[in-house]
Design a binder for this molecule. Structure first.
Ligand code: MRU
Length: 379
């Protein structure tokens, strides 16, 4: 099993500092987050000493993205245990901090189960807390390994779908090292293609309203030397029409048993465009994102976020104007109503393939997904 240092090394090329790390200073254990709301203006860290601080960081998207939410949730339980807080309360608060990414509950449950099993076996508070921490480290390391495997499976799939090389890949939101124990999901596949000399262009949707594409994916693409171009979300259609996109690669926050994919709002329109233009639409996510207990897409709870994220320019970054200048700048009349779902759901018939660490499902079927999830994670 990789240790925390090796885990960071796996994603190191994309990041100046790890997106999350556990530390044990003399004052007591802490979870240190790279504050993603400050990127790319600054690589600021946020130190969480308790679960309410971590819940707040999750809600404000200082720590975000499905796989990383699972890792953060697991460390959050370990933090509560190590600091002597009620683990059941902590697990409840963490698991419900955001509703859509199923990985959050997955990580929380694993660490809480390890804690409870140790306590039930007669372990004292310290040993039970150590068991929760060991499980959080395992969730972290497994995600790094899953990331490597998804990159390999995804690269092979691209080779089959686009035999000529020179791929022009469109991506949405942020799916790289910032959201993973390793190099990510969809962005890890793009990075693998880049390293193989097969990436001609990474088209980066800006991803309104919180700009995860323009701020975060572009940050990672720049750091890893990928040839990238940022576009306004509304420009994607003209890019397809011009024949400039060979494949769409996105991540997922929850994949229902029927293969419907919840991902950052704006993913579904890309799937419709890709279908119309006969371009592969590929979803890359670990099996921890597949939720076989959610029957179909309509059952997925989509997080609704505050309207001010749409009516105000939300990012604390304006080129050349200092980190605070852009925060909360209104872009709509005072009092304007806003519709702000954080995610949308793409039906399985629009998804060409789902790539996980266990392999590739294509065409996307209920049975295919179930079989893949029932086989070994590492097959
Ligand atoms: O609201 P966010 O920024 O947490 O949304 C993240 C996404 O939608 C990602 O595309 C998804 O979690 C996949 S990350 C590998």
């Amino acid at each position: 099993m990789a240790d925390q240092h090796e885990v960071f090394e796996a994603g190191a090329a994309s990041l100046a500092v790890p997106s999350l790390r556990w530390e044990e200073p003399p004052e007591g254990p802490v979870l240190v987050l790279l504050d993603q709301t400050r990127l790319p203006a600054e690589e600021a860290e946020l130190v969480c000493t308790d679960v309410p601080a971590l819940v707040q960081a999750i809600r404000t998207l200082a720590v975000r993205g499905a796989p990383l939410l699972g890792i953060a949730g697991a460390y959050g339980v370990a933090l509560a245990a190590a600091r002597g807080f009620d683990v059941d309360d902590a697990a409840e608060a963490l698991a419900h901090a955001r509703p859509t990414a199923v990985n959050l509950g997955y990580g929380v449950r694993r660490a809480a189960a390890a804690y409870r099993a140790a306590a039930a076996g007669g372990a004292g508070a310290e040993a039970a807390a150590a068991a929760a921490l060991a499980e959080a480290r395992a969730v972290h390391a497994e995600d790094a390994e899953a990331s490597k495997r998804m990159a390999a499976h995804g690269l092979a799939l691209l080779g089959e779908l686009l035999p000529g090389g020179g791929h022009r890949i469109l991506t949405h939101c942020n799916t790289g090292a910032l959201v993973s124990g390793g190099e990510g999901t969809a962005l890890a596949v793009a990075l693998a293609a880049h390293r193989a000399g097969d990436l001609r262009r990474l088209w980066v949707d800006e991803t309104r309203p919180l700009l995860q594409g323009a701020r975060l994916t572009a940050y990672e693409a720049a750091r890893t030397g990928m040839p990238y171009t940022v576009l306004a979300d509304g420009a994607a259609g003209s890019l397809f029409a011009a024949g400039e996109v060979d494949a769409v690669l996105i991540g997922a926050d929850r994949i229902a048993a029927d293969g419907a994919v919840a991902n950052k709002v704006g993913s579904y329109p890309l799937a419709v465009l890709a279908g119309y233009h006969h371009i592969p639409f590929v979803v890359v996510a670990p099996t921890s994102t597949v939720d076989l207990e959610t029957e179909e897409g309509a059952d997925i709870e989509v997080e609704q976020r505050p309207g001010h994220e749409v009516t105000e320019f939300p990012v604390p970054y304006v080129r050349g104007a200092g980190a605070e200048a852009g925060a909360g700048t209104a872009v709509a009349p005072l009092g304007a109503q806003a519709y702000n779902p954080a995610f949308d759901v793409t039906p399985p018939e629009l998804v060409t393939a789902i790539v996980t660490e266990a392999g590739v499902v294509s065409p996307v079927t209920r049975d295919g997904l179930a079989v893949m999830c029932s086989t070994s994670r590492w097959s």
